[in-house]
Design a protein around this ligand. Structure first.
Ligand code: PAF
Length: 280
């Protein structure tokens, strides 16, 4: 597995790949890869000739007091996972390569970044869209792969790609869950045994809301209410939000229907987890 750290070397590699007529798939990650990432890499490998996985813990998407310093890192394991999934190269730039001294430019998608997660993490999506734009410019992929667990992130990136005329196909990939229903996340590793047990209420609540909807319930209040009850029953939970919006526009909804995103963020101790369902 080749690891490239410099943007110029990455560009040179991509130039050769493109010259050889190869289609490039990019899987942007912050590393500590799990089976959710692996599914993105495998999907990318099935649709492209060359898959690049970026592993970069992006400081600009972390707010003050968040877990930038403690975010889990394990490049050796990431290399194995990426290779097993079918990737050829890991792009692993140092922070100074992405944000050199004097750096001043940010990409910001308006309005839809101030709702849901954006309310409690006001600078988060600006960091995401900035780093993803930079990765798009360095790697020039034909396709880029993002998980639906971060449904707001996916919607924001699709908006940015459209608005900024990036000639890149964004491929959404389904949420991958542990066998007990917990959505996979690199941050799950922070959870104590008891926090993890209580965090299963997220998947249970969302599954109950889906069942209620499939039984004919369209009221947002009732659908989010059943999730809230399930999570509130867990003493270690602290709900940030449980909300329904239209996906992918993230416009408000009055009643649930096809394409309604019910998204939530909940803290267990210091660990903030997100999860969602999209109704069909
Ligand atoms: O979803 C993530 O892991 C990150 O937000 C991303 C897209 C890699 C940007 O740093």
């Amino acid at each position: 597995m080749r690891v490239i750290e410099a943007a110029a070397e990455m560009r040179a590699y991509i130039k050769e790949e493109k010259k050889a007529g190869r289609r490039i798939g990019l899987v942007p990650t912050m590393g500590y890869l799990h089976d959710g990432h692996r599914s993105l890499i495998e999907k990318a490998a099935s649709q492209n000739d060359t898959v690049i996985v970026s592993v970069f813990v992006n400081p600009t998407q972390f707010g003050a007091g968040e877990d930038l310093e403690t975010y889990p890192r394990d490049l050796e394991r990431d290399k194995e996972t990426a290779e097993a999934g079918g990737a050829k190269v890991i792009f692993h730039p140092p922070v100074g390569e992405m944000y050199p001294k004097g750096y001043k430019t940010y990409v910001n998608v308006e309005e839809i970044t101030g709702i849901l997660c954006g309310k409690s993490r006001p600078t988060h999506f600006r960091g995401v869209t900035t780093v993803v734009s930079k990765l798009f410019n360095i790697v020039s992929p034909d396709r880029a792969y993002f998980g639906l667990k971060d449904a707001q992130q996916l919607a924001v990136i699709c908006r940015m790609v459209e608005d900024m005329n990036f000639d890149i196909e964004i491929v959404p990939c389904p949420i991958v869950r542990e066998s007990d229903g917990l959505a996979m996340s690199s941050r799950n590793t922070y959870l104590s045994v008891e926090e993890r047990r209580q965090a299963l209420s997220l998947g249970r609540g969302l599954a109950a809301a889906r069942k209620l909807y499939e039984g004919g319930e369209k009221s947002i209040e009732k659908l989010t209410g059943i999730i809230r009850n399930e999570i509130d029953a867990m003493p270690m939970s602290e709900i940030d939000y449980i909300e329904a919006v239209e996906f992918p526009s993230l416009e408000p909804v009055v009643s649930a229907g096809r394409g309604t995103l019910i998204a939530l963020a909940v803290k267990f101790g210091n660990t903030r987890l997100i999860d969602n369902i999209i109704l069909d």
